[in-house]
Write a protein that binds this ligand. Structure first.
Ligand code: ATP
Ligand code: MG
Length: 264
């Protein structure tokens, strides 16, 4: 796996973090005392307060069922909290209509979820371009940005292939290209390296790191010890609550705690 390609809008001469999209460190998304329960007593989130800053990469660690995906889904306006508030750049967004939420998602958010979410009948290029079409960007401009995004994930040569003709790692990188092509202000990634070999996983983490450096608030839910090395802040979830572990605790949990990686 080559180093991350030095092409496209995600790299180049390194601007100060967040220079292009607001001040680095400024809070981009904030959860205020957010709770979410499901049927039969399952708890997704319990009084969660978190701030995700521009230009920073934040990880949510925690055992299976601890609420990581629930938090990402709420930040992504895919699920409404039972209690609490969600703010995106100074606007409260948790009470928006489905239509308004969808507009916020298209414009400001990027998603990389575990199942990739690629459309089987579309080529890699078409899958990426969909994100721009939804924003009303078409024609040569869309094609060029799509080409750039695919080059950034080192898949320029696979643009014409459909998901079934690609490896899991390649599909994950197409999903990343699609999430990045509209330069989202917030990038949400759920287990982005879960199914990948070490080298591809490192590549994907590096890309997420660069996306943060370019100014996005990047939030990753993960069990991957390698993520600990690249994130700015690591939180730990348990039973829907967020903790701020010290690094040694987290390392211990990641390497041996509770069956750690083995419980997946
Ligand atoms: N749609 C749902 N309906 C009912 N219960 C749910 C739903 N989504 C999540 N849960 C429950 O909420 C809790 C938190 O789930 P969540 O998916 O957020 O965990 P997670 O930390 O992402 O776990 P994993 O590491 O396995 O992905 C679990 O008890 C889960 O069973
Ligand atoms: Mg999950």
């Amino acid at each position: 796996m080559p180093a991350v390609a030095d092409a496209g809008s995600l790299s180049g001469a390194v601007p100060p973090a967040g220079a292009e999209r607001g001040e680095a460190g400024a809070t981009r998304v904030e959860l205020r005392r957010v709770s979410k329960r499901f049927g039969e007593g399952a708890v997704g989130a319990r009084g969660v307060s978190l701030a995700f800053p521009a230009g920073r990469m934040v990880a949510l660690f925690g055992p299976s069922g601890s609420g990581k995906t629930t938090v990402l889904h709420m930040v992504g306006l895919l699920m409404a909290p039972d209690e609490g508030e969600i703010w995106l750049e100074g606007t409260r967004v948790d009470g928006l209509s489905e239509r308004a939420s969808a507009a916020v998602r298209r414009r400001s958010l990027g998603f990389v979820f575990q199942s990739f979410g690629l459309v089987p009948l579309l080529t890699a290029e078409e899958n990426v371009m969909v994100a721009l079409r939804l924003l009303g960007i078409g024609g040569e401009r869309a094609r060029e940005r799509t080409r750039e995004a695919l080059e950034v994930v080192d898949l320029g040569h696979r643009a014409g292939h459909r998901p079934a003709e690609m490896s899991g790692g390649e599909q994950q990188r197409v999903a990343l290209a699609r999430a990045l092509v509209h330069t989202p202000r917030v990038l949400l990634a759920d287990e982005p390296t879960g199914e990948l070999d070490t080298a591809t996983g490192a590549y994907v983490l590096d890309l997420l790191r660069r996306t943060a450096r370019d100014g996005a608030a990047v939030v990753v839910a993960t069990h991957d010890p390698a993520a600990l090395e690249v994130v700015d802040t690591a939180y730990f979830m348990r039973d829907g609550e967020v903790h701020e572990p010290d690094r040694a605790e987290l390392e211990l949990w990641l390497t041996e705690g509770e069956g750690g990686l083995a419980d997946r």
